[in-house]
Design a protein around this ligand. Structure first.
Ligand code: CP
Length: 303
């Protein structure tokens, strides 16, 4: 296994599959205190509910102790301490660091100055590889396979780090994609070039209704106010899509709706009780996949 998980590209196809297998074993038996002698640092420079709490739950279920912060206002960052110095300090205290940071590339930089494994829990608009691992696990659990699936990614495809990581991970499994977004939030060219090089088909649309009935997975995303520099542009697109129950009446029987959450109003509450809604279970899957990632990066080979 690689030392760090910064980009989903750090894990090969086989390593991804190994992680998903380990996650399934942890789901079967979620309390395995194999790291009673380990300390895991959870350092969040940006808000989070699911990623931080599921990482901390995962660490606790593995018997590790957790240190860290979720509010930089209480840290020496407010006195001007650099990211480099913060990471050097934390890697003196902990055996593994989980970091979320608003700057693209910050997690990679942290891994370069850390003496212990670093896991990227989201860096700006760039990558969110552990979210991708739980997305893959959710897809595998609900569809019974990862290969040959039609995935409709909807919403903020420009700034959404979860769709960028997921697109790259799914490229191992012969997918086809539909990208549903307004012009302002289209999938960046670099990701489309990446798919072209791999001969992976994709189409683009602005209409949410175009890609519902033939999708295996609809991956909804939030329009992220915090990524916009122009508030007027955000106001123009913030309510562009809202998936409701009547819109999915002719979808495939096993179609599942995923969302990394939090949602604002892009999925109507009436969808929550549908058999197609899977976003809350998806978030629960984060505990098992993060247990697997921690265990593998800390050198446990036989899970
Ligand atoms: N999916 C996700 O990253 O959620 P949080 O921002 O709550 O961690």
């Amino acid at each position: 296994m690689p030392k760090h998980l910064i980009s989903i590209h750090d894990f090969s196809r086989d390593e991804i599959l190994k992680t998903l297998k380990a996650a399934a074993a942890f789901e079967q038996n979620p309390s395995q205190p194999i790291f009673a002698d380990k300390v895991i640092a959870s350092i969040f420079f940006e808000p989070s509910t699911r990623t931080r709490l599921s990482f901390e739950t995962a660490a606790n279920r593995l018997g590790a102790r957790v240190i860290g912060f979720s509010d930089i206002g209480n840290t020496s960052v407010t006195k001007g301490e650099t990211l480099k110095d913060t990471i050097k300090m934390v890697s003196n205290y902990a055996d593994l660091i989980v970091i979320r940071h608003p700057l693209d590339g910050s997690a990679r930089y942290a891994s370069e100055v850390s003496s212990v494994p670093v896991i990227n829990a989201g860096d700006g608009t760039n990558q969110h590889p552990t979210q991708t691992m739980l997305d893959l696990y959710s897809i595998l659990k609900t569809q019974g396979r990862l290969e040959n699936l039609k995935i409709n990614m909807v919403g903020d495809l420009k700034y959404g780090r979860t769709v960028h990581s997921l697109l790259q991970a799914m490229s191992h499994f012969n997918p086809s994609f539909l990208f549903t977004s307004p012009d302002e939030l289209k999938m960046p060219q670099e990701y489309k070039e990446y798919l072209k090089k791999l001969n992976i088909p994709y189409q683009e649309t602005k209409q949410l209704s175009d890609g519902i009935n033939d999708a295996d997975i609809i991956y909804m995303t939030r329009v992220q106010r915090e990524r916009f520099t122009d508030p007027i542009e955000y106001e123009r697109v913030k309510n562009i899509y809202s998936l409701n129950l009547s819109m999915i009446s002719n979808c495939k029987p096993n179609m599942k709706i995923l969302h990394p959450l939090p949602r604002v109003n892009e999925i109507s509450q009436d969808v929550d009780s549908s058999n197609h809604a899977y976003y809350f279970e998806q978030a629960e899957n984060g505990v098992y996949t993060r247990m697997a990632i921690i265990a593998l990066l800390l050198g446990v080979e036989n899970l």
